[in-house]
Ligand binder design. Structure first.
Ligand code: GLN
Length: 549
């Protein structure tokens, strides 16, 4: 029988429930438990796949091709295990299931209602992973903030489970904010008291209160929160702002969040946590030996969450290379032929990001050309790879109007075209080429050197592909397809052998990068940037000395 931990949030959104849930999961995993995390999101979209990145940040894709909330990325990065569609459920999906069952006549003439039908479906999803027998502990993060109309059915489902399951099979953690009033120099507990009161009014009583705070909580404050919120003082956990999210598991270990949780779950015997790999990573992260600067060319750069997995992959790859990776955002809409040198000055590598639609495309193509012609390490992901193909077609193959049919349906040279099976599709949601596909890698290629293998699997999220009718022309002129799907022949990797590091991939390697297993493409890209940086400095050195003389 699995045990269940629920994480709710109060006072305000963006308190980092996902990171707290992932950190707790990491600690329990380090103590030998089989743990998974799921996220229940209260919005009506069936999945976040149809959401603009500005709305909800990046759409994370799992092995099985589910388009999910970006918190699942944190779960995988922390736990180093795969999640799946079952790990992310929205109100939309819950209602869709219930309504489909109603249409099928499953409810035998009954009136279908929020309680019990919607809450029953929520509960079924809450315990689904626990019943698979694969996990000892299932942590469920409830999206939104307590008091929101949308999250009510989820909170009600927690209430029912808290009552239906044995006492020591359920723990509820409530995450709140303790604001610090600078003028009064005081931490304030009132919003937390109100938020716990609101949660209690719905019938759910938290066992543990995790307090986000900018200032340390002293024992008095902890006692006060415990007294007003009806929990033990030891169950009031301080969660200070951290320099990096990867520090949070260690902070939660010091605060004994995992031990208090296990106590509530009736787990009294447990081993010491094995966190050597994690600590090793943290050491490298905290004490880098150098720094590289990578330009991230995208069109959603105002919102960092839009490129969450890419930014985290750079942190993992930086630690592997013992350098800090400084990511500089370059808005593709403002790059032109005239200013490209100035916009990309000082960079040690260029990453052209994934994306959709025509906005910002020209700037991306100009940036790729600059990297190709100036031997600047280049890494293109999905749309970034497609832009590298278009740039090469235009400027090397002389196909001046080459384009992707996504941007120009009438281009005479559709070097990037819609995949055959995509042409029949009329519905937008969940219909891209999604999830893990195999990729066969050419021997002797840069891709083979990077992966150290000739067969890999990576995750996808796109509708367009390299048009194989042009492959001969590309390969004859110096850009090769070094990775293809062995079943369909779809091009997965393009690279330029003569360039120090120029590679574009149709898939999303950032989705599989974890602390304990960083994505090889990022690790090698950062290594190439480090080399570029060292060479740049080596050529600068004599100059400087000459100037001194
Ligand atoms: N818009 C492109 C396509 O659909 C690229 C998608 C992406 O970058 N994820 O193929």
């Amino acid at each position: 029988m699995a045990k269940y931990i629920f994480v709710t949030g109060g006072v305000t959104s963006s308190l980092g429930k996902g990171i707290i849930a992932a950190s707790l999961a990491k600690l329990l995993q380090a103590r030998g438990f089989r743990v998974t995390i799921q996220k229940l999101d209260p919005y009506i979209n069936v999945d976040p796949g149809t959401l603009n990145p500005y709305e909800h940040g990046e759409c994370y894709v799992t092995e099985d091709g589910a388009e999910t909330d970006l918190d699942l990325g944190h779960y995988e990065r922390f736990l180093n295990i795969f999640t799946s569609q079952a790990n992310n459920v929205t109100t939309g999906r819950i209602y869709q299931t219930v309504i489909n069952r109603e249409r099928a006549g499953d409810f035998l003439g009954k009136t279908v209602q929020v309680v019990p039908h919607i809450t029953d479906e929520i509960k079924r999803r809450m315990v689904l992973l626990g019943e698979s027998g694969n996990f000892d502990i299932v942590i469920t993060e409830i999206g939104g903030t307590v008091g929101d109309i949308e999250s009510l059915p989820f909170i009600e489902a927690v209430r029912q489970l808290q009552w239906q399951l044995p006492d020591d099979d359920v723990a509820v953690i409530h995450l709140t904010l303790i604001p610090y009033l600078r003028a009064a120099k005081e931490l304030k507990t009132k919003p937390t008291q109100h938020s716990v009161k609101m949660l209690s009014e719905t019938g759910v009583h938290p066992d543990i209160i995790v307090c986000r705070t900018e200032e340390p909580l002293n024992e008095d404050i902890k006692r006060k929160i415990a007294l007003f919120c009806n929990v033990k003082t030891e169950a009031v956990i301080e969660a200070m702002d951290a320099a990096t999210i990867y520090e949070v598991p260690m902070m939660m270990l010091r605060e004994r969040l995992d031990v208090i949780c296990m106590k509530k779950l009736g787990i009294n015997v447990y081993p010491e946590p094995h966190l050597n790999a994690w600590k090793g990573f943290l050491d490298k992260l905290k004490f880098p030996k150098g720094r590289v600067t990578i330009g991230l060319i995208g069109k959603y750069i105002e919102l960092q969450d839009a490129y969450k997995s890419i930014l985290e992959s750079f942190i993992h790859a930086g630690a592997m290379n013992e350098v800090t990776v400084k990511v500089v955002n370059v808005h593709s809409e403002y790059i032109t032929d005239e200013n490209v040198g100035e916009k990309l000055a000082g960079l040690d590598g260029l990453l052209v990001a994934p994306g959709f639609g025509v906005r910002g495309i020209d700037g991306k193509i100009v940036a790729v050309q600059y990297a190709r012609e100036h031997d600047l390490p280049f890494f293109g992901i999905c749309l970034g790879m497609q832009m590298a193909v278009i740039e090469f077609a235009r400027n090397v193959l002389g196909l001046s109007e080459a384009h992707s049919t996504e941007m120009d349906a009438n281009t005479p040279d559709p070097v990037i075209d819609m995949m055959e099976e995509q042409k029949k599709i009329t519905v937008i949601g969940g219909t891209m080429r999604l999830g893990a596909y195999p990729c066969q890698i050419k021997e002797g290629s840069l891709a083979e050197e990077i992966y150290g293998a000739t067969s890999v699997s990576e995750r996808h999220r796109h509708r367009f592909e390299f048009n194989n009718e042009y492959l001969e022309d590309f390969e004859g002129n110096g850009m090769i397809a070094s990775g293809v799907n062995p079943d369909t022949g779809l091009v997965e990797i393009m690279e330029i052998p003569g360039h120090p590091f120029f590679i574009g991939v149709q898939y999303h390697p950032e989705l599989k990068s974890t602390v304990e297993s960083p994505a090889p493409l990022f690790v090698h890209f950062v290594a190439a940037a480090k080399k570029y940086n060292e060479e740049k400095n080596a050529t600068k050195q004599p100059l400087l000395q000459r100037e001194l003389i």
